[in-house]
Design a protein around this ligand. Structure first.
Ligand code: AMP
Ligand code: ZN
Ligand code: FE
Ligand code: FE
Length: 285
């Protein structure tokens, strides 16, 4: 069984539509794929309708969080997408992404970059708007060669010249909300240092005590030493360990199934969840 529990579509900052994502997941030989767009469940219906036979969809989201001034991402799986408290929090974060992206555009304009909000909105195409869309605009304008090159202190990295913060949920509150909606939480790429500051192990321990289910260990932004350390931490804290591609289509270099999750861990995630069930593909459109 090949299980990839972290993928983005055009519902946020991926480049595959939800339908393309599930077709590509099947073509990549995956048995299970999770749709985890940033702060939105908007891609579920399209992904479900297009789900190929033999592929199972795990519905999820990647929630933008912040604690002690450090931004982090919380993967949430198999929660009830209609549950009002979590729905309201997702909307709050997602809606704040728009003025925040406009703010980054204004900063860039102030730096002499001929970027416009209309350009960024066209690239985001209605998806949950984020820095990768702004970065894509910078690539289009020839300001930076690649999306990755926009994530520096000069441009859009945390605390960078053109970076603007958005509303982000306290991760302890996120865990509480996701559990309240019947879902399971996995701390995404907890030690991805090249993205900015990361939380100390003591915070991961506190999150574990607050009901965190697992941590994402096998991820492109973790080196071997980091993975070994995180595996040890997970064992100490009784946390599940996942691996996943964090696929973003052509906006990032990783490919579907580049890292995968152990079937036993996947089984445990599905047993803990009560908000939604994995969706088996029946060979849709
Ligand atoms: P946002 O949610 O708008 O703050 O954007 C965060 C997203 O930007 C992450 O989910 C990644 O997809 C991407 N990102 C963050 N840091 C980097 C980086 N150093 N290089 C490339 N992409 C990054
Ligand atoms: Zn992303
Ligand atoms: Fe992330
Ligand atoms: Fe992600």
């Amino acid at each position: 069984m090949r299980i990839d529990l972290h993928c983005h579509s055009t519902a946020s900052d991926g480049t595959d539509t939800p339908a393309e994502l599930v077709r590509n997941a099947a073509a990549a030989g995956l048995d299970v794929v999770a749709l985890t767009d940033h702060d939105t469940t908007r891609g579920y219906a399209e992904a479900t309708a297009a789900l190929p036979e033999g592929l199972t969809l795990v519905t999820g989201a990647e929630l933008s969080c912040r604690v002690d001034g450090v931004s982090l991402h919380m993967l949430a799986y198999l929660f009830d997408p209609e549950e009002p408290a979590l729905l309201a929090e997702r909307e709050l974060v997602r809606d704040d992404r728009v003025p925040r992206a406009r703010g980054m555009v204004e900063r860039l304009q102030g730096m002499g970059v001929p970027i416009t909000w209309e350009q960024v909105a066209r690239i985001a195409a209605g998806g949950s708007v984020g820095r990768p869309h702004v970065a894509t605009a910078l690539v289009e304008l020839g300001v930076v060669p690649t999306v990755n090159d926009a994530f520096t202190q000069n441009w859009l990295a945390d605390g960078g010249r053109a970076h603007v913060e958005k509303h982000e949920t306290d991760p302890f509150e996120a865990i509480r909300l996701v559990k309240g909606a019947g879902g399971v939480t996995v701390f995404a790429h907890p030690a991805a240092g090249k993205r900015g500051r990361t939380v100390p192990e003591s915070t991961i321990a506190e999150l574990a005590a607050a009901g965190l289910d697992g941590i994402e260990v096998d991820h492109m932004d973790h080196d071997d030493e980091t993975r070994a350390r995180l595996r040890g931490l997970a064992a100490d804290l009784g946390l599940l360990v996942t691996g996943s591609s964090d696929y973003h289509g052509s906006r990032k270099t990783c490919v579907l199934g580049e890292y995968t999750t152990d079937p036993e861990v996947y089984g445990e995630i599905t047993r803990r969840a009560t908000g939604a069930f994995p969706v088996p593909g029946t060979g849709g459109a």
